[in-house]
Design a protein around this ligand. Structure first.
Ligand code: NAD
Length: 351
């Protein structure tokens, strides 16, 4: 078991990574009135464990999938907490993937002007990325993460045993955010590249090591730039301009978030090459890793609508589309392109 501290101005907390550590939740919640927020798939698999670790908790179950990051589900959860008379000393325990974490974190940040919450990420993606750093959100009118807050959890409990039940699609999804994080840290990039085969098979020792290393990279970034005020935290959006644009175009189907991230990184590396901003050898290594994970060279999804949707990206400024591109091992950089230039580039990439 390892504990990594995330130092933030608003609240510092530990991310505990280990195997068989879910029992810690009992102590972390203590005497507080608690609401477990989880999704239907996770609950079906882990109902008995949730009930045995947190027997006194109220349980709010959302449908599994991105569509639960919506205003309707958010308000149902708020109404549920009012009905259960959860007061300001209450606590939310988010047990699930990034969808549950983002939704529950957002509810915690606004309910009675803010109550505590604990993240218990159960997907690889959520363990290496979304549960850390306090970004919470829901989608509105097809705008991804349209409303949300920066609101740090009380603690994060990453029990890698949850990953045993993940479908392959979700392992690939987690690898998307792992490869993104590896693009920001040279040692992690070398490690992931070397251990990729074992990582794909979720070898417990390797997974635990990678989760810890990703948490450390993210904790370091978040500690320096909690609210994305400067370019430091923005690096974590590498590959995400195209990823989010494709996700919206495809209405979040049929691929997972991390798969879109992998395609986004692949093509943002291609754009970096067109702009002569990326080291060629690094680009080949990075793209080969992505092809290895996806099993084939990815295709861009949505052609002309990609730019239209990228225009709505929250990183944009002054009418220019912002992309965080990979440039060299462990290094990313922001480029801002006019709409017409990105249209030309996407057209060439789709040829
Ligand atoms: P998810 O929460 O939809 O989970 C994916 C699927 O895995 C779901 O069907 C879920 O029911 C299932 N699942 C969860 N745990 C399981 C387990 N242990 N065994 C079997 N099945 C399990 O998706 P995700 O990939 O975890 O998260 C994606 C979301 O995270 C997106 O909404 C994305 O925007 C968000 N995100 C947020 C941040 C952040 O910083 N807040 C960062 C990255 C991504």
């Amino acid at each position: 078991m390892d504990s990594i501290n995330v130092e933030c101005r608003s609240r510092s907390y530990d991310v505990i990574v280990g195997s068989g550590i879910e029992d810690m939740l009992f102590e972390l919640v203590g005497e507080k009135e608690s609401v477990v927020v989880t999704d239907s798939e996770v609950y079906a698999l882990y109902k008995d464990r949730i009930k045995s670790v947190l027997p006194a908790s109220e349980v709010f179950i959302v449908r599994s999938g991105e569509r639960s990051k919506s205003e309707n589900v958010l308000f149902d959860l708020i109404e549920f907490m009012i009905e259960k008379e959860i007061d300001r000393s209450g606590i939310i325990v988010a047990i699930g993937g990034g969808v549950v974490g983002d939704l529950a974190g957002f509810a915690a940040s606004i309910y009675l002007r803010g109550i505590e919450y604990i993240q218990v990420p159960t997907t690889l993606l959520a363990q290496v990325d979304s549960s850390i750093g306090g970004k919470t959100a829901i989608n509105v009118d097809n705008v991804k993460n349209a409303i949300g807050t920066f609101y740090q959890p009380k603690s994060v409990v990453c029990d890698v045993d949850f990953l045993d039940t993940l479908e392959e699609k979700e392992i690939i999804s987690g690898l998307g955010e792992i490869i993104k994080t590896a693009c920001l840290d040279e040692e992690l990039f070398e490690y992931v590249e070397e251990k990729l085969e074992k990582l794909k098979k979720l070898d417990k020792e390797i997974v635990m090591e990678v989760v810890e290393r990703c948490v450390k990279v993210k904790a370091e970034i978040v500690s320096q730039d909690e609210r994305e005020n400067c370019s430091i935290r923005n690096q974590l959006n590498l590959g995400h301009t195209l990823a989010h644009a494709m996700e919206i175009t495809a209405k979040f189907m049929p691929k997972s978030h991390g798969e879109y991230v992998l395609i986004g990184i692949y093509y943002e590396a291609e754009i970096a090459d067109m702009l002569e901003r990326i080291d060629t050898e690094y680009k080949i290594r990075l793209q080969n890793m992505i092809i290895d994970v996806l099993g084939e060279k990815p295709e861009l999804i949505g052609d002309d609508r990609i730019v239209e949707n990228a225009m709505k990206d929250k990183k944009n400024h002054d009418g220019l589309i912002s992309l965080i591109i990979p440039v060299d091992i462990g290094e990313a950089s922001e480029v801002r392109l006019p709409e017409e230039q990105l249209e030309d580039i996407i057209e060439k990439l789709c040829d």
